[in-house]
Design a binder for this molecule. Sequence first.
Ligand code: ZN
Ligand code: ZN
Length: 310
Amino acid sequence: MDADLHLHTLHSDGTYTPEELVAAAAGHGLAIIALTDHDTVEGCAETAALAARAGIGFLPGTEITAELHGRELHILGYFLALGDEALARELGRAQEIRQERVRQMVRRLNARGLGIDPEAIFELARCKAPGRPHVARALVEGGFCASLDEAFDKYLKKGRPGWVAKEKIAARRAIELIQGAGGLAVMAHPGLNHDDTLVGKLARLGIDGIECFHPRHGAGAPERYLSMAREFGLLVTGGSDCHGTSKNRPTMGTVRLPMSFVEILRERLHQPRPAALPAPAVGPAVGGPAGGNVPPAESAPAPSPAPLGS
Ligand SMILES: [Zn+2]
Ligand SMILES: [Zn+2]
């Protein structure tokens, strides 16, 4: 009985419908899944109902595109109250930014003689959080490229004619939003950032956990991140980051998180947060004097980060 806490549907850049996602999870014998579409919680209610019918546990989540010191990083949110207004407002803004970015990409491509209708991309994406994979699909379907890979290589990668910089939410704000919605904030796939110092910086901003298990984490990475989780008192998560067939083969089933990790997440939900870690003795202080997510004085707990399942 395992969990997969990192999954996408067509509510962002995955290809599975919620039905297909739940069916695949059942096929893999998963006991718990979390939906973590980029910058949206749109599919959570529907997926929760389908999962319940299939006898699979469900955690409502998201994966926020965030930024710290100019670096893009992804922050997963779990156990979110879907009706939280601040979260809805900020995700709505992130979705508008994504839609405007698609329009800008199309303008750039059309200025080079391609004829793409941005509305056709929104039509094809049918979600509020469209992104480059949808533009890539439009390029293939319009006959401008033979494959999604070619669309990225030729037009959509950084430095290519259709590339447009992405405006992101500050990491501190993303963590606040997730925690403000009653959730746990977790750094997604730290290995893809190629900068492990980000883990300590996010810990000082009050992040709750780190995704140690991810299909693109190479040999030795899980152990390295487990040890960092212990060092910074962070929770541990993992998931397949399955996007259906939009990024080659579905990865569901390749990363299976034992249920004991999910139990620890649940326990942490009901505990007050440990105070944010003090700034490091050496090196630049991160976060400035306002200091991470130090809880208000009336709820300040003893600073005792729980060890990870020892
Ligand atoms: Zn990600
Ligand atoms: Zn993801």
